[in-house]
Unconditional design. Structure first.
Length: 96
């Protein structure tokens, strides 16, 4: 994923109803799918020593590549819960 794409959604950004300069939902899903496919290709080739390497820049929760991969699932579940909460606030039915 490009740096420009990440900057659209990174911590500190503000949501806006103005969609100018933002990708449509299908493009966002396509980017996330490409990232997922790349991870599936690369991760099986990592050695234990590579997974134990520190990440840069440092993160407040994890310190190694392996730790960051484990944290990624927890991080996504946090956001899934936030989306569910927002759906309830808008009066929408749960997805499941």
């Amino acid at each position: 994923m490009s740096g420009a794409f990440r900057k659209l959604f990174m911590k500190g950004t503000t949501a806006s109803s103005d969609r100018t300069g933002h990708p449509d939902p299908q493009e966002i899903l396509a980017v996330l799918d490409r990232v997922h496919q790349q991870v599936l290709r690369e991760v099986p080739g990592f050695s234990d020593a590579e997974l134990d390497q520190p990440i840069a820049p440092p993160h407040s929760v994890v310190s190694t590549r392996y730790g960051s991969m484990l944290f990624a699932g927890d991080h996504e579940m946090l956001h899934a819960g936030q989306i569910g909460f927002l759906r309830r606030l808008m009066g929408k039915a749960p997805v499941r």
